[in-house]
Design a protein around this ligand. Structure first.
Ligand code: ATP
Ligand code: MG
Length: 338
């Protein structure tokens, strides 16, 4: 059976197979700490909110943390920042543990494999992902899973490029980071991350327009289309400008890293995934920029994941099943655009 888990800055997503279908369980990677009182608990109970109580403190986890933050006049906290455990959040590890317990549940049998995605080391910031990776692995092992860790970009390759024998460039554009893996026959040839993703776009647009980050993020997620026509002063106009800048930056760094390796002389398909690849027009603009950049590898076609938010979790499930000795299955999971 086996399970996969994508632990992201914004979303924690578990994948497992049930009756032949892949089932995803998702939770926002956020929490709200409230002082425990009968009134608070009654209010949460009547709203059917799942919470955890420890040492006179109530923890509201996931999406509900945002819903209840306003009611209680508090701010929801995020255990991760820029793709890894937030160094400034003292409760980061225990709350990720609680969210994991809820999303993944207990193993269904002894030595069930849980494959975890981890960011690759960023090349443009001075942090590294080792501590985060080891902590996540330890949490999963404590839950009695047999653990296996793969890079997030490799998760995209496993999920989207099975019909190419897991050869290609997998790119996950998330909230805190963008992860990139070039794989040849399921083996990473190059893997790195970049410290920019959806959060960076929200911040930049907020700084330049004076709009709040929360408003910008909501606008972005509410059907924003990447357009060539920019209306001056609008949130959409600024979003288009920073999406353009993000793509240019990602491709510049892919080119820079490719110069450091000697990739096999084959054609590589590209798969795009992650929540920040969702806006209409993303794949088309990315493809145009990628072709113009004349990379040092030959690109065949460019695909966007059918379900960009679930791609990494699905890739982790495929890796977990392979670890358990089950055959890696091939299926149409992608949407071809060229
Ligand atoms: N419809 C949408 N349009 C644009 N952006 C979106 C949309 N829905 C979600 N996002 C953005 O996608 C990002 C979350 O994507 P994802 O779940 O892939 O990230 P993550 O895995 O949690 O983060 P990371 O991999 O960086 O740690 C956020 O920046 C969010 O604002
Ligand atoms: Mg991610």
């Amino acid at each position: 059976m086996a399970k996969g888990i994508d632990i992201g800055t914004m979303n924690i997503i578990c994948s497992e197979k049930e009756d032949g279908d892949i089932v995803f369980t998702q939770e926002r990677n956020a929490f709200l700490e409230l002082e425990s009182s009968d009134l608070t608990k009654t209010m949460l109970d009547s709203a059917q909110v799942l919470y955890v109580e420890r040492d006179n403190v109530v923890y509201v986890l996931g999406e509900d943390a945002f819903k209840f933050a306003t009611i209680f006049g508090k701010t929801a906290r995020r255990p991760m920042k820029s793709g890894i455990i937030s160094p400034s959040e003292k409760d980061a590890i225990p709350t990720i543990k609680l969210i994991l317990e809820r999303v993944v549940g207990e193993p269904r049998y002894r030595n069930e494999v849980l494959c975890i995605s981890s960011p690759a080391d960023p090349i443009d910031t001075n942090m590294n992902a080792l501590y985060h990776k080891k902590m996540m692995e330890a949490l999963a092992r404590k839950m009695a899973y047999k653990t296996h860790v793969i890079d997030e970009g490799l998760g995209v390759v496993y999920s989207e490029l099975s019909e190419y024998n897991f050869t290609g460039l997998g790119i996950s554009i998330g909230a805190g980071l963008t992860n990139v893996t070039l794989a040849y026959l399921a083996t990473p040839v190059m893997s790195f991350s970049i410290g920019r993703g959806g959060d960076w776009i929200d911040e930049q647009v907020s700084i330049t327009t004076g709009l709040s980050k929360e408003y910008v993020c909501a606008e972005k997620e509410r059907g924003f289309k990447i357009g060539l026509e920019v209306e001056y002063g609008s949130a959409d106009g600024a979003l288009s400008i920073y999406y353009d800048a993000l793509m240019t930056y990602i491709i510049k760094n892919i080119n820079r890293k490719l110069a450091e390796i000697t990739p096999p002389k084959v054609e590589f398909p590209v798969a795009l995934a992650g929540g920040s690849s969702l806006p209409a027009g993303f794949s088309e603009m990315f493809e145009q920029k990628l072709r113009e950049a004349k990379l040092q590898i030959d690109i065949s076609n460019i695909k966007r994941a059918k379900e960009p938010m679930y791609s990494v979790a699905k890739g982790c499930l495929i890796a977990a099943r392979a670890q358990e000795g089950e055959e890696i299955w091939h299926e149409e999971g992608t949407e071809e655009i060229v």
